[in-house]
Ligand binder design. Structure first.
Ligand SMILES: NC(=O)c1ccc[n+]([C@@H]2O[C@H](COP(=O)([O-])OP(=O)(O)OC[C@H]3O[C@@H](n4cnc5c(N)ncnc54)[C@H](OP(=O)(O)O)[C@@H]3O)[C@@H](O)[C@H]2O)c1
Length: 318
């Protein structure tokens, strides 16, 4: 909110009771942290929730009743048919002035949808084959701390004892740490497929996805194979569409072998896209590699962009 100069008159910060007594700076002013409880949202124009689906289900009705416009970062309402699930670059035009609750998608979905939007304008996308390389920050602050601690222990030759990760995380890769359903997909893979179909407005989109955690601190990477109905855009057309797209930085330099990397995506607002190439095994498919900071485009930045659109639509007093 501060970096994007969102027109904040006054701000209140909420967390769990354990954080009461802490202060966080906003525009150079120390703001106290309050414990989030129903009934505390009177007088607020916007409330952003990001404390998990259970807390959102408990608290969002109270914020709506107080007249606030709510942007929810949890999975609680994402697949509710009455709640828009928005990535502004892909379906921002879907927002209406009467929308009061808007859901922010899964981090991989926000990053992917921004990259897919220009390709979906260049051709009709039919199926995606995806592999994600997800960083620790997608599992919250605790998983980031765990990765750092395990890495220190491994480097210093001490035993690696995971505190949060289900398996050794330092110098390792493991299948995404969410429950696996009867169909063999884990919860993250189901979210990616369902939420992508909703955001892209493509209920019949085929999605095959494998989600994996890699020992990277804070940006996700995704290898994507995009199959089109009919002819695919040429590599040159796909690159041109991506290069002009809002929120995308084309990083596609074969001469220096410079392509998207999580180290360059970390801290950046843009989604990096590169390795754009024709799939030699399919006449109508293009492959690419995508990196995005999921704390920004995958979470906070997308939430603020939604609020900016809502502000423009509703002319909420600044
Ligand atoms: N990490 C991502 O990249 C990402 C991306 C998209 C969506 N999300 C979603 O964002 C949500 C938060 O994830 P996160 O990764 O930010 O987790 P996190 O780092 O663990 O942060 C959780 C936040 O929720 C607060 N909280 C926990 N229990 C609470 C309670 N009982 N009442 C009020 N506040 C409470 C915590 O406050 P304390 O510090 O006081 O505990 C903390 O500020 C989840 O729904 C997640 O699915 C995360």
């Amino acid at each position: 909110l501060e970096q994007r100069a969102f027109p904040v008159g006054a701000i209140r910060l909420f967390a769990s009771p354990a954080s009461v007594g802490r202060e966080l700076g906003f525009r150079g002013v120390a703001c106290p942290v309050e414990a989030a409880e129903p009934g505390l949202f009177e007088g607020l124009d916007f409330v952003f929730f990001s404390a998990g689906a259970t807390r959102s289900r408990e608290l969002v009705p109270s914020a709506l009743a107080a007249g606030a416009l709510v942007v929810d970062n949890s999975s609680a309402f994402r697949m509710d048919p009455g709640v828009p699930l928005v990535v502004p670059e892909a379906n921002g035009g879907f927002l209406r002035p009467d929308h009061r609750l808007v859901a922010n998608p899964n981090c991989c979905v926000a990053i992917l949808a921004a990259a897919l939007a220009p390709l979906a304008q260049a051709g009709t996308v039919r199926r995606l084959v995806l592999a994600t390389y997800q960083s620790a920050s997608g599992g919250g602050a605790a998983l980031m701390d765990d990765l750092l601690g395990q890495t220190r222990a491994a480097v210093e030759g001490r035993p690696v004892e995971p505190r949060v990760s289900p398996h050794p995380y330092a110098f390792n890769v493991f299948s995404h740490n969410t429950a696996v359903g009867p169909d063999g997909s884990n919860e993250e893979e189901r979210k990616v497929a369902e939420e992508l179909r909703k955001v892209m407005g493509m209920p019949d989109l085929g999605v095959s996805v494998t989600c994996v955690r890699v020992p990277v601190l804070r940006a996700h990477s995704i290898a994507a194979n995009v199959e089109f109905e009919g002819p695919a855009p040429s590599v040159e057309e796909a690159r041109a569409a991506l290069a002009q797209a809002p929120g995308i930085r084309l990083v596609d330099d074969a001469a220096s072998n410079h392509y998207p990397m999580p180290s360059e995506a970390s801290g950046a607002d843009e989604v990096l896209v590169g390795r754009v190439r024709h799939d030699p095994s399919h006449p109508s498919a293009v492959s690419l590699f995508v990196c995005g900071d999921q704390l920004r485009k995958g979470a906070a930045l997308n939430a603020v962009q939604i609020a900016e659109r809502c502000l423009a639509l509703r002319a909420v007093p600044a």
